[in-house]
Design a protein around this ligand. Structure first.
Ligand code: ATP
Ligand code: MG
Length: 270
């Protein structure tokens, strides 16, 4: 379980200290699939960085499975449990070849070699990277890099995954495939572990947030909405004020009496 209590984060800029997150409290239950939205600069990436201790709270606290990010001794275990896939895959890819990149995390965790090989092969297959195993990551396309970054994090078998705009570099078909995969990862059919994965997915696509069980909305560093996606998307005016829009198709169906929202939600659009 991930628990954030009264989290405030001030960061230093050239103009002095700047409040980036303001008194945020939230909880993510194990196995929950939660989306996080907010306009550019609202603090989404900063919140993700707080969850695995890259940023430490100015005040308040962040706990992952009861481990406090302010406890330096707990940080390696927090990062083993909570995988963070960065917004820009170039920020996290370190190895000279695709399969080395996937092996890097498990190696650091001391995973025995046969198990490590098994995980690398499983990830190459799952993320459709088999043809690129010897390839230098910087030669991959943006979408392939995004898949590689996810494969590398999943190879460490985290309990919780924070995914910062996973589909920003993907084309339509790859977005659909990745979302299906995400849905699989959080379901009990998760092929990697007996325990379902907790997933916090930051996204700029309202249609993607419809896949989540819950939606969090940030505005200028404050958590202003925390509810079912469908409930939030009905608050069209409030969303517009903070620079967000419901999915277009959702509005169309919502306004038409012969298509109740329930029908619509059974066939997520992408
Ligand atoms: N290391 C830093 N130092 C100073 N200011 C920062 C730092 N990181 C982020 N900020 C500022 O904090 C605010 C929130 O940034 P953040 O990257 O968390 O937003 P975001 O919601 O992820 O935006 P986007 O949708 O563009 O990815 C921005 O105003 C940003 O300029
Ligand atoms: Mg961001």
């Amino acid at each position: 379980m991930i628990s954030v209590r009264n989290l405030t984060l001030d960061l230093q800029t050239h103009e002095g200290s700047r409040r980036v997150l303001d008194d945020i409290s939230l909880e993510l239950a194990d196995g929950e699939f939660v989306a996080l939205m907010g306009a550019n600069g609202s603090g989404k990436t900063s919140l993700a960085r707080c969850l695995n201790g890259i940023y430490l709270p100015t005040s308040g606290e962040v706990n992952v499975d009861g481990l406090d990010t302010r406890d330096a001794k707990a940080l390696p275990e927090i990062r083993r449990r909570l995988g963070l896939v960065f917004q820009n895959p170039d920020d996290q890819i370190v190895a000279p070849a695709v399969e080395r990149e996937i092996a890097f995390g498990p190696e650091n965790l001391g995973v025995p070699r046969p198990e490590m090989r098994r995980r690398v092969e499983a990830m190459l297959k799952l993320f459709r990277l088999e043809a690129y195993r010897q390839q230098a990551p910087h030669l991959l396309s943006g979408g392939e890099k995004q898949r590689l970054a996810l494969a590398a994090v999943m190879a460490m078998q985290p309990r919780h995954l924070v995914f910062d705009e996973p589909t920003s570099l993907l084309d339509y078909e790859s977005r659909c495939q990745l979302l299906e995969l995400m849905a699989q990862l959080v379901a009990s059919s998760n092929p990697f572990s007996v325990q379902p994965l907790t997933l916090l997915m930051i996204t700029q696509f309202a249609e993607e947030a419809l896949f989540a069980q819950r939606l969090l909305v940030l505005d200028h560093g404050r958590l202003v909405m925390n509810s079912l996606p469908r409930e939030i998307f009905m608050r069209v005016d409030a969303l517009q004020q903070i620079g967000l829009h419901p999915p277009i198709e959702f509005l169309a169906h919502h306004e038409s009496p012969e298509h109740p929202i329930e029908d619509f939600l059974l066939t997520p659009i992408l």
